[in-house]
Write a new protein. Sequence first.
Length: 360
Amino acid sequence: MRLRTVLATLTAGLAAAATLTAAGPANARPAADRATDTASGTAPTAPTGTATGDACSPAVSLDGFSDALDKTTFDGTFVGNLSALALDRDGSLAALSDRSSLFRLDAKTLAPESVVPLADESGAALDSEGLAVDGDGTRLVTSETEPSVRRYSRDGRILDRLPVPSSLLVAPAGRATANQTFEGLTLFPGGRTLLASMEYAISGDSTGIVRFQTWRRGHGRFALSAQYAYRADPGLGVPEVQALPDGRLLVLERGFTAGVGNTVRLYLADPRHATDTVGVADLTGQDGVRPVRKTLLADIVNCPSRGATAGQPQPNPLLDNIEGMVITGRAKGRLQVLLVSDDNQNAAQTTRFYRLRVRV
């Protein structure tokens, strides 16, 4: 199915997602040890962010949120730990758990329809964090353990494994720190360029400078290509990226402070004039290296809380550990963006979906 058709399907479907109730969608069963949250966070949609108080910033508005999948199970698999979202070719949503499960969600209700287990070549579980769906329906999945990028069939079989620069491997093989590697993954429109974002800096680079690695497809396979430097805000990492048709990116930055809560910011970033840092051993802010330019679109703390509740201190109870993001369509000149939080299978955290309208 063409991308335009997929986006049109989801644009119509996601408006219905706000009707999910506290009982959860069909076939999703609440976990016995925790009652499902009751907030649905729905509100009327307006052309601008000010008419109904839904503005997070001049560029971003909150249409609503849903906790309907929080602490539920599907076919014996916990529906949570969600770290990435992607559009599938049939108009459904793919949702990746960092516990090696890949869910198919109904675009209208977000109800789980199937789940596929993932594993590495030896059958071991992944720390699966990034997800993209290729034009042929195969799944590109990152694991931050090594880190790695693998291609999977719809039924979870490994088809291929992409090369990774040695410097981005976890020490002692490389210069990366365990659990701070490939978090975000996005396939640019046209399918020829793939980009993965490191979550935090590698050894030798200045704190806060994150490397974005790309691959370029040729002769049916992805080969290593350009690399870029992205400067995250102090104390924040990069959990997700999404490519725009013009070559720019939506970038999520996220952090957590005990006793305070989460910080989550959405940026518009432009790598098109950034320096290729493949040959730069240490990124320390030196002259001659142009990082990816970024512009703040919204700090999510400024979104209306809409009756959301939090199980731990948060500067805004709407906030949680937001890790996944996907562009689902366009309406009235704005992108429709869906976010999801990773509850870490923790009673104090929530699996929450957020519906945003973003002007870029």
